[in-house]
Ligand binder design. Structure first.
Ligand code: SF4
Length: 331
């Protein structure tokens, strides 16, 4: 117990000073039982680090699920995998609907608006869409993509069209629960890192099936790839997908992973995102959370309104309750 308190204190000081944590320390922090008082101590340490590093400035991430296309990559947790038969036809949000969602996000103080697509959606189409959104919805928000693999030249083209960032990740269980070669995902992460785009890379989709060692390895990959924003997202079990029978991790476990992510990322990555949002995760160090509309890989069907009713106003209130103020531009 005393050893772990010393490890948590040391991790907090290292995070605030901008010094990295080693793999063994990350695993030790992730291994703290989620229901223990020690885990509360970890969360409080991470919240202190968040205040020192991000100054209690919070930001919103607004996702627009552009298309619902049965996807041949068949990730074992994704509702859009064609083999699971949960969606039968190709659907795409009307451009006017995309503009309406973006406008809502802009009015809701969202900083990062991401156009999310299935794996093989053409990046030149997305680039054109970005340009039209920018013309139709003026504002200070940053726009970006969450799409398939790309090399540095393609990432540069998307940036040239007005994108500020790309979301990408080496997912937990990549190559086991997905058909991807992990090396291809890492190549895209490196290409984005070498391009003018900022890289947003969360530890995801975290489930009960993942060991602390696996989670720690992805946290280190986030740092190695030079991500600008990180954090963690839980796997949401979708009935009918191969992993749909394994229950979601608890809010407390997700909050613990956020706390560890905050300490691991330190000053190198000041913005830590949690999805789905829960108050404890904000109280334990997350200063970014997600609102999403359109097609969602964690659910079935198109969502014209915010997923699970969690909209910009609710996100803003959650941050206020936990001592943050939400800003649309980098503070
Ligand atoms: S997570 Fe992405 S790549 Fe995997 S099945 Fe879903 S849309 Fe396709």
């Amino acid at each position: 117990m005393h050893d772990l308190i010393r490890i948590i204190d040391d991790a907090k000081y290292r995070a605030i000073a901008g010094n990295p944590l080693d793999h063994g320390t990350i695993v030790a922090l992730l291994s703290i039982p989620e229901e223990s008082e020690l885990c509360d101590y970890l969360g409080a340490a991470a919240r202190e680090a968040a205040a020192a590093i991000c100054g209690n400035h919070a930001y919103l991430w607004g996702a627009v699920g552009v298309d619902a296309t049965p996807c041949e990559m068949n990730c074992k947790y994704c509702s859009l995998g064609e083999e699971w038969g949960l969606i039968s036809k190709k659907e795409q949000l009307e451009e006017g609907e995309i503009f309406r969602i973006v406008q809502n996000y802009e009015r809701g103080n969202v900083r990062w608006i991401v156009l999310r697509t299935t794996q093989f959606y053409r990046l030149d189409k997305l680039s054109g869409l970005i340009q039209r959104i920018r013309r139709a919805v003026p504002g200070k928000y940053e726009i970006g993509i969450n799409a398939g693999e790309m090399d540095e030249a393609l990432a540069g083209q998307v940036a040239g069209a007005g994108a500020a960032f790309a979301y990408h990740s080496l997912r937990l269980g990549e190559g086991r629960d997905t058909l991807f070669r992990p090396a291809d995902r890492v190549a895209t992460l490196k290409a984005i890192g070498a391009s003018p785009l900022d890289l947003v890379y969360l530890v995801e989709p975290v489930g009960r099936e993942h060991s602390n060692e696996e989670i720690a390895a992805i946290m280190q990959s986030v740092l190695d790839c030079g991500a600008n924003v990180s954090g963690a997202m839980a796997r949401v079990p979708v009935p009918g997908t191969p992993l749909g029978h394994i229950p979601q991790i608890s809010e407390r476990r997700l909050a613990q992973i956020i706390a560890v992510s905050r300490l691991v990322c330190g000053r190198a990555i000041p913005d830590i995102c949690v999805h789905p949002c829960n108050d404890l995760a904000l109280a334990w160090g997350a200063n970014v959370t997600v609102v999403e509309c359109g097609s969602i890989p964690r659910d079935i069907g198109q969502h014209g309104q915010a997923w699970h009713g969690f909209d910009c106003r609710q996100a803003d209130e959650a941050f206020r309750r936990n001592g943050y103020t939400v800003h649309q531009t980098k503070q």
